[in-house]
Design a protein around this ligand. Structure first.
Ligand code: NAD
Length: 494
């Protein structure tokens, strides 16, 4: 893992992986793209080139799908114990190479190297998914006279996965794990902004002897590579994590091709409600961490806070201090940096456009509001207060360290405003009144609700996914296999 040695500033800055993989991982081998085209990935801290990576297009997708098709019969025929063996060895290999993975995520998406949380979580989740191979089971029924009826859960065959850039390894594992555990083979496209850690997983799969073609990892853009996966006639299921706009395009492509099953994990604009009796000593750090972790580039970030007017002055003062102190920004390769830059110039410009909007509309900005430093895509931790409910900053996912804080007078008003969004990924409430907490949790329109805690609080055995336009389907938990298997009813006449 990110070791004690790595916690020493010198060794972190000095760390260099032996080699940065730039090829595509198809059929167990690293190969250049058929077109020979490459694209550049920049370090968002230094704005310097980090790597030039081969770009997959529809021809490479075809090749990967063919490899996955060839691998499927043998892989799906393995016993669960054998598949568990491979996945556990892969988890061990990821754990043993955590420094390299953390380094590559630091230089591509700016994730603090010391924050090896997402790498640890990836390992933990993979071990959980590995065990799910034993849970691919059906039901039986004696309810029809002279029959025994049973259901079978069976893999789809070749599945697709498309991941975002914000937590690259974890998002890959959340697809790879249940896909392979249930006997599918996979063609996965990583994000063009942070493809390097995904390619390491390909190398580790090779090292542990995963059969060729079971896992294929492509680097490339949404178009043409992602689109080719979404349209592919031989892919029967596609799991996507990313923006609502891309999710919509993917469902359309699936509908217009082979109506493949599509699960979507999309964006959020998560509300956090703080009642007058809340323990502010807990609520303030939770609210601050929720919006600043990963530089606000978190689908579950609590980006809208509703605080009861009786405690709003005290809350604002505490929150201002916490926003300034809790997660200091800096070079992700240095210890002490808890918050990196935005992933790239496009994302930086997008976040800054919301800050410009706030200024142009004379919104209150009690904390931050601008660029941090002159090199690297850093944005100041920012708070916008009392923005109109229908303003851009309240309605759209900013995906940066920018939180909106508004006040409310009563519970009904707080709930109405919290739910007045097309998103529904995560919601939180802080109160000491347990009846109110549960009443509010029941009414909040979100796939996950935190009571006296905030996002990213979640657990691998709890389902994760979005209501409304935040998604379709669930990841993690005992339900995860349901989304990676077809269900068959078998009627046995006695
Ligand atoms: P994005 O939608 O721009 O890209 C995600 C992936 O989709 C990338 O690999 C991209 O290349 C690909 N893609 C883009 N257009 C495509 C198309 N037309 N067809 C096929 N593939 C296409 O999202 P992003 O900027 O990488 O990630 C940020 C978004 O992801 C945010 O909205 C965030 O909330 C969301 N997200 C959601 C979750 C979740 O679990 N719900 C987790 C992380 C991120």
């Amino acid at each position: 893992m990110v070791t004690n040695a790595a916690n020493d500033a010198a060794s972190m800055k000095a760390y260099k992986p032996r080699y940065i993989e730039e090829k595509l991982f198809i059929n167990g081998e690293f190969v250049p793209s058929i077109s020979g085209r490459k694209f550049d990935v920049y370090n968002p801290t230094t704005e310097e080139l980090a790597a030039s990576v081969y770009e997959a297009n529809a021809d490479d997708v075809d090749l990967a799908v063919q490899a996955a098709q060839n691998a499927f019969p043998a892989w799906s025929a393995l016993s669960a114990a054998d598949r568990i063996g491979y996945l556990d060895r892969l988890a061990d290999a990821i754990e043993a190479n955590a420094d390299e993975l953390a380094y590559l995520e630091a230089i591509t998406m700016g994730k603090p190297y010391i924050d090896d949380f997402s790498i640890k979580l990836s390992v933990r989740n993979l071990r959980y998914f590995s065990g799910k191979a034993l849970d691919v089971v059906g039901d039986s029924s004696l309810n029809t006279r002279d029959f025994v009826n049973i259901t079978l859960r069976q893999p789809y065959g070749v599945c697709g996965g498309i991941t975002p850039w914000n937590v690259p390894l974890l998002m890959l594992i959340n697809k790879l794990g249940p896909a392979l555990a249930t006997g599918n083979t996979l063609v996965l496209k990583s994000s063009e902004k942070s493809p390097l850690s995904s390619l390491v997983v390909g190398r580790l799969a090779q090292e542990i002897g995963l059969p060729k073609g079971v896992l294929n990892i492509l680097s490339g853009y949404g178009r043409p590579c992602g689109e080719a996966i979404a349209k592919h006639m031989s892919i029967r299921k596609l799991s996507f994590t990313g923006s609502v706009a891309a999710g919509r395009a993917i469902k359309k492509a699936a509908a217009e091709s082979n109506l493949k099953k599509v699960t979507l994990e999309l964006g959020g604009k998560s509300p956090l409600i703080i009642f007058g009796d809340a323990d502010l000593a807990k609520a303030v750090p939770a609210a601050t961490a929720s919006i600043l972790l990963n530089s606000g580039q978190s689908c579950v970030a609590s980006s809208r806070i509703y605080v009861h007017e009786s405690v709003s002055t005290e809350f604002m003062e505490l929150m201002k201090k916490a926003m300034a102190e809790l997660l200091p920004a800096g070079d992700p390769l240095l210890p002490g940096s808890r918050r990196g830059p935005q992933v790239d110039k496009a994302q930086f410009d997008r976040v800054v456009s919301f800050l410009d909007y706030a200024r142009d509309n004379q919104l209150e900005i009690p904390v931050g509001g601008g660029r941090q430093g002159t090199t690297g895509y850093f944005v100041e931790a920012t708070m916008i207060a009392n923005a109109p409910e229908n303003s851009r900053v309240m309605k759209e996912e900013i995906f940066g360290p920018v939180v909106c804080v508004n006040t409310f007078a009563d519970e009904a008003e707080a709930l109405q405003r919290a739910n007045d969004t097309e998103f529904g990924l995560y919601a939180s409430v802080f109160t000491k009144d347990i009846s109110r907490a549960l009443r509010v949790a029941k009414v909040l329109e979100a796939g996950s609700v935190g009571i006296n805690c905030s996002s990213p609080t979640m657990a691998v055995d709890m389902p994760f996914g979005g209501w409304k336009q935040s998604g379709d389907g669930r990841e993690l938990s005992k339900y995860c296999n349901d989304y990676w298997t077809e269900l068959k009813s078998v009627y046995i006449a006695l």
